[in-house]
Design a protein around this ligand. Structure first.
Ligand code: ZN
Length: 142
């Protein structure tokens, strides 16, 4: 019994307006779009988070997403810019816990956006930036 709405779309038990489909990924229209032309791209296999996503599938998913973004630009949909967006984790705004990449057409005055919080006033020094870079580098796969 599937409970994940995106898995139901993959299996065909829930409808979707499909933009692209292959053996690894599926792209379809967001049914609650930020703007017209808002597409979601998902792996066919259920994974909730970036940390669970196979790198080969992730690379393929991004390649397909770039092609869709270019097509959105050419399609005549109102689109002065595009955001590619992934919400990884509830605090980041993830609502459906099946990895998905948003392709969001943007135009002046659409009212959408990410806002900096008060921490944006924080201006780290080069030494602090180097330390954080070092912390991250330690955990990169060689
Ligand atoms: Zn799923």
């Amino acid at each position: 019994m599937q409970t994940c709405i995106f898995c139901k779309i993959v299996s065909g038990s829930e409808p979707a307006s499909v933009v692209y489909s292959d053996e690894k990924v599926l792209a379809f229209m967001d049914h609650r779009p930020v703007n017209a032309g808002h597409v979601l791209v998902i792996p066919r296999v259920h994974v909730a988070y970036i940390s669970e996503l196979d790198e080969g599938i992730g690379a393929h998913l991004f390649k397909i997403s770039l092609g869709i973004a270019k097509a959105v630009r050419k399609s005549g949909i109102r689109c002065e810019g595009i955001n590619l967006f992934v919400a990884d984790g509830e605090i980041a705004g993830q609502e459906i816990f099946h990895f998905h990449l948003h392709i969001i057409p943007r135009f002046k005055g659409d009212g959408f956006g990410l806002r900096f919080g008060p921490k944006n006033l924080f201006k780290p020094s080069r030494m602090e930036l180097d330390e954080v870079a070092d912390d991250i580098r330690k955990f990169l796969k060689k």
